[in-house]
Design a protein around this ligand. Structure first.
Ligand SMILES: Cc1ncc(COP(=O)(O)O)c(C=O)c1O
Length: 398
């Protein structure tokens, strides 16, 4: 079926049945090893790769089905699944960059990404400049002849900054720079960076794509005029296969199943998030709310252009770190937890959880102030989420 005309919700649900069994759900090929039967041996020795099954570090049919599905959702020409979101990020970077290359990365990215740029990339001979990518002039000023990659997040973790994608892409491409965007906080239901010219999109599928907090995985998608058409297959064979971080077939199967409800989940989560953000904005104990859907958000204009809805990630600032922690400990329905993007509402203190290893002054420069609370809105009834937050805040004041 040509599904190019399908709406996103239908695209999320539909894929062709598996050809041997006509199973409406794709089978789980829980196998590490495959026989070199029939003409497989001859085909492999003559160069066949993805169209034969060899060994699951090189690829697995369940993984391929998940990849095809995500490529369609992301509007990419190809997809490669990895063991985690961090594996997607590192493999995308290592797939483009070589020792001596320079990368411009946003100052505010997920903690492990930031730490990689800040003090691990140099171990591999990569030079990094961290700048606020919402400021195009600063990005322009950071460009050098050896700049190979521009890297930022569609909605930044945890400040919810939204950088102007089309402008950044135009600037980068004028200098032959590859643009890589982490779309984890948005998911393809909210944002498709390829539609704005981004060359490579990385995403922690652990979060919204899977949606159930039950499997870790990552995806890289490609749609690029400046990378070779087979770049991602080259990353599969020459980067992932050598560094060794393939997704497990079971996780690919779980994430594929989760992706089928992505549109439905996102619709409910965004509706609830808008209400929760407005409620928090008017709350006397809340100093500030960071949500791209609020008109007061500094990047609201870019968000209106780039996001189909405003997402279901937000953060808010209370007076102190201790007060924030106590609020989260008081929650009964919402979980106090590290991760995000699932059907359950989850909350965390970014400064003393994900970003704990980053020195305080550096964190503050990134916009992660003490007392910043992050919420990933789930699919519970919005009134129950607000009631839970309300009782948790009141209990701190009692
Ligand atoms: C924005 C962002 N990118 C990447 C990752 C890493 O994903 P994973 O935990 O699947 O490696 C995370 C994890 O929280 C994240 O928030």
């Amino acid at each position: 079926m040509d599904n190019s005309d399908l709406n996103f919700a239908s695209l999320a649900v539909f894929y062709e049945p598996e050809e041997y069994s006509l199973s409406i759900n794709y089978p789980l090929y829980m196998s590490a090893n495959f026989e070199y039967g029939g003409d497989t041996y001859d085909r492999i020795t003559q160069g066949a790769r993805k169209d034969v099954n060899i060994y699951s570090r090189c690829g697995n049919p369940t993984e391929y089905q998940f990849e095809e599905h995500v490529a369609r959702l992301a509007g990419g020409t190809a997809c490669l699944a990895t063991a985690s979101g961090m594996a997607a990020i590192s493999h995308a970077l290592f797939g483009v960059m070589k020792a001596g290359d320079h990368v411009i990365a946003d100052l505010t990215t997920y903690s492990s990404t930031h730490e990689f740029f800040d003090h691990r990339a140099c171990d591999f001979g990569l030079d990094v400049t961290l700048v606020d990518c919402t400021d195009v002039a600063r990005v322009r000023a950071a460009i050098r002849p050896e700049t190979k990659v521009l890297y930022f997040e569609a909605i930044a973790n945890p400040t919810m900054k939204v950088a102007p994608m089309a402008e950044l892409v135009a600037l980068a491409h004028a200098h032959g720079i590859v643009v890589i965007c982490d779309n984890t906080f948005a998911s393809p239901a909210i944002c498709r960076p390829h539609d704005f010219g981004v060359d490579v999109v990385v995403e922690s599928a652990t979060k919204f794509i899977g949606g159930h907090n039950d499997a870790v995985g990552g995806v890289i998608t490609q749609k690029s005029d400046i990378l070779p058409a087979d770049w991602l297959e080259d990353v599969r064979w020459n980067t992932l296969n050598k560094l060794g971080a393939p997704i497990s077939p079971f996780n690919a199967w779980l994430l594929l199943r989760g992706a089928q409800t992505l549109a439905l989940r996102a619709e409910r989560q965004c509706q609830s998030a808008a209400k929760i953000a407005a409620w928090l904005r008017d709350h006397p104990q809340v100093e500030r709310v960071f949500y791209p859907g609020l008109e007061t958000h500094p990047n609201h204009a870019a968000a209106k252009i780039q996001l189909r809805d405003f997402g279901c990630m937000m953060s808010f600032k209370v007076a102190t770190e201790e007060m924030g922690v106590q609020i989260l400990k008081n929650l009964k329905l919402c979980a106090f937890a590290a991760s995000l993007g699932g059907v359950r509402t989850t909350t965390q203190m970014p400064g003393t959880m994900a970003f704990l290893d980053i020195p305080l002054q550096e964190r503050i420069a990134m916009g992660i102030e003490p007392g910043l609370v992050r919420i990933s809105v789930g699919i519970e009834h919005v009134d129950d989420i607000i009631a839970d937050l309300d009782q948790a805040i009141k209990a701190v004041l009692a």
